[in-house]
Write a protein that binds this ligand. Structure first.
Ligand code: AMP
Ligand code: ZN
Length: 140
């Protein structure tokens, strides 16, 4: 646990949270400043900052909890869909440095957009550049 981390404090019960799911090393609670009714954050109990910091076994647990929560949340708030996303690192908008998955309910007539709307100008990449990027990802 990181002593000055708000999400560690919620996991440890030192700060109140509207917890909706506990167990399997993962805690999920309502976002205090929701983008939609039923906006939930799912966090690993252990303090880690990014997706790539999650050990393999815990990654499976985290995915399983997200997988279970999505239908439960959609049913609970009668949502039509959900956006499920990580802001993975400060440059991607992560403000709380304890990894968390946002599960945000969506409604057919809401004013939101797709994840694509979070991005500005798109890069103009030719085939050679795309091939090179795919190669480098495969190598790593
Ligand atoms: P991010 O920008 O991805 O780091 O998102 C952090 C999220 O944490 C925001 O949606 C905040 O509303 C939420 N948040 C911050 N403090 C709390 C808290 N004490 N309880 C629940 N959610 C919180
Ligand atoms: Zn933490």
């Amino acid at each position: 646990m990181s002593s000055d981390c708000i999400f560690c404090s919620i996991v440890d019960g030192d700060v109140p949270g509207r917890i909706v799911r506990e167990g399997a090393g993962v805690t999920a609670f309502l976002d205090v400043n929701p983008l939609a009714p039923g906006h939930v954050l799912a966090v690993p109990n252990d303090h880690m900052e990014r997706l790539q910091d999650v050990p393999d076994e815990e990654a499976e647990d985290l995915y399983r909890v997200i997988h279970d929560l999505v239908p439960a949340i959609e049913e609970a708030v009668d949502a039509d869909a959900t956006n499920v996303a990580f802001n993975n690192g400060p440059a991607a908008g992560q403000e709380v440095p304890h990894l968390h998955c946002h599960i945000v309910p969506r409604f057919a007539e809401d004013s939101g957009g797709p994840i694509h709307a979070a991005f500005g100008d798109r890069p103009d990449l030719d085939d050679e550049e795309l091939d090179g990027i795919a190669d480098r990802i495969r190598e790593h």
